[in-house]
Design a protein around this ligand. Structure first.
Ligand SMILES: [Fe+2]
Length: 267
């Protein structure tokens, strides 16, 4: 999370409505249009189907309230408006309650191509399509519950798991390797890069390795992990993670496959 944010979260009114101006609605329209054109053949079918089911408006920022209504009937999940920064405890509790924490501001035009912080486009367009898939929704709930059971000293490994799945995960399908992670699916640059570039490594998902893998939040990823199904993630968080985490801790983190921050230039 950028420490010097100039964005403020928008607070819903008494009816749960968040107000967006014409310029903000136009940013949504243009982001949605550009990203929708990039997704076919690159994201998994569950993502595309989820996007259809959500029926997101084309020319204005959707209200969390309307997204919630759709999600509720499809998978029983929801989104909860949150300020840019919430405690890990709050974050995991919301997921355990089947609510995805969502920032409500939308990026300004000058940040159209890249924004380090999650905005409402990332939250709704990036995350919500996969939340329509019941197994995936169950996984997220299970993830929140598992994190709440763990001692705080393990939570940085849960963050790595989230990063390499929910944000930057790939999935193997009959059509080929596809995107399901929201960090990729909401980025015009990383969407083609993640599945077509020969630069990043694509490793078969393995929890022990994921727990040992460092990442940077400000560059295209150098490593992606490829799952075979949402069920694989659900099964993982349904079991006791402590023995795997203890082993990851004993073995230590893998060497980074990315350059140190100060040598990476303007990433
Ligand atoms: Fe996210």
């Amino acid at each position: 999370m950028a420490k010097t944010t100039t964005y403020k979260s928008k607070i819903p009114d008494a009816n749960g409505i968040i107000s967006y101006g014409a310029a903000e609605n136009a940013v949504w329209r243009d982001l949605r249009q550009r990203q929708s054109a990039l997704l076919p053949g690159r994201v998994c079918n569950a993502f595309l189907k989820g996007l259809d089911l959500l029926e997101l408006p084309a020319d204005r920022v959707p209200q969390l309230k309307e997204v919630n209504a759709r999600l509720e009937e499809i998978s029983g999940f929801g989104v909860a408006p949150v300020p840019a920064l919430i405690s890990p405890q709050r974050f995991f509790t919301l997921l355990a309650e089947r609510k995805f924490p969502a920032a409500t501001f939308i990026r300004r035009r000058e940040d159209f191509d890249y924004l380090q912080e999650p905005d409402v486009f990332h939250e709704i367009f990036g995350h919500c399509p996969m939340l329509t898939l019941p197994t995936y929704a169950d996984f997220l709930q299970g993830y929140g519950e598992a994190a709440l059971r763990l001692d705080k000293s393990y939570l940085w490994m849960m963050q790595r798991l989230f990063w390499f799945t929910v944000e930057f995960g790939l999935i193997e399908t009959e059509e080929g390797t596809r995107i399901y992670g929201a960090g990729i699916a909401s980025s015009a640059g990383e969407t083609p890069y993640a599945v077509e570039s020969d630069k990043p490594e694509r490793r078969l998902f393995d929890a022990l390795t994921v727990f040992r893998t460092p990442y940077r939040i400000d560059i295209f990823q150098t490593v992606y992990y490829v799952i075979d199904s949402a069920q694989q993630l659900y099964d993982l968080v349904s079991k006791d993670l402590v023995p795997i985490m203890d082993e990851a801790r004993r073995l230590g983190s893998l060497p980074p496959t990315f350059p140190p921050k100060d040598e990476a230039g303007a990433a």
